[in-house]
Design a binder for this molecule. Structure first.
Ligand code: URA
Length: 226
């Protein structure tokens, strides 16, 4: 059983973070069924070395849906997307952009953590998913989209943007502007929060972070005007 399911069973209803469990709480059978089916996904080999499937999380439906690349080490353990270091950057950026994460559906294009051992053998290092793995996982993100029906879809980083919109998208060039897509009324790519962590030096990091916040703020403004 995933950490999420264990917690759901163990925590009294009044103590649960409302939005996280809202789809389950209100008995959204379609969402539950899809999520449970994804728990047993064997469409590529990544499941074998991952702890669990990390499915999307948040209210269903939701006006805003965010899609990242794949769960990291902590997400793999906790069973929820964006709860590790990149998630903390994302949380800060959302708050600065005036977006309440509790009202956002957050997910990844790939639902299992792909990793290799660090030379020390003590840590698990992120490995980028390949085209086959991404293709095998796409039906899940399509199902999430069909259930969440977001007004705005934000793709975090090149892997998500290219998997969902197409290989021609370049996040450095196209970030923050509406992309041509039928998937939602507004589809926007922006940098991945991990790119902020990877940026070398304080000013580069601040610039990357400011870009992420600016793109999210523009989406929030458009949603407010809709
Ligand atoms: N990076 C992602 O793309 N997704 C996560 O859930 C965590 C880190």
């Amino acid at each position: 059983m995933s950490a999420r399911r264990t917690r759901l069973a163990a925590v009294a209803p009044e103590e649960r973070p409302e939005a996280v469990f809202v789809a389950v709480e209100r008995g959204d059978a379609a969402f539950r069924d899809v999520r449970d089916a994804a728990d047993g996904c064997r469409a590529c080999d990544l499941w074998a070395r991952a702890t669990q499937t990390v499915f999307g999380n948040g209210p269903v439906p939701a006006r805003l849906m965010l899609v990242g690349e794949q769960p990291g080490d902590q997400e793999d353990v906790q069973g929820e997307p964006f709860v590790g270091p990149a998630g903390r950057i994302l949380d800060r950026a959302l708050e600065e952009a005036g977006i309440d994460r509790e009202r956002v559906f957050v997910t990844n294009v790939v639902k299992h953590f792909k990793w290799r051992p660090a030379p020390s053998g003590k840590r698990r290092l992120h490995e980028r998913p390949n085209r086959t793995e991404i293709g095998a996982c796409l039906p899940w993100v399509r199902s999430e989209l069909a259930l969440v029906r977001p007004e705005a879809l934000v793709l975090l980083g090149a892997t998500a943007a290219q998997a969902v919109v197409g290989p021609k998208v370049r996040v450095t060039r196209d970030h923050g502007v509406p992309l041509e897509s039928e998937l939602a009324p507004l589809v926007v790519a922006t940098i991945h929060p991990s790119a902020v962590l990877r940026a070398q030096g304080g000013p580069a990091r601040e610039e990357a972070y400011a870009g992420l916040v600016a793109d999210l703020r523009a989406v929030a403004r458009r949603l407010a005007a809709a």
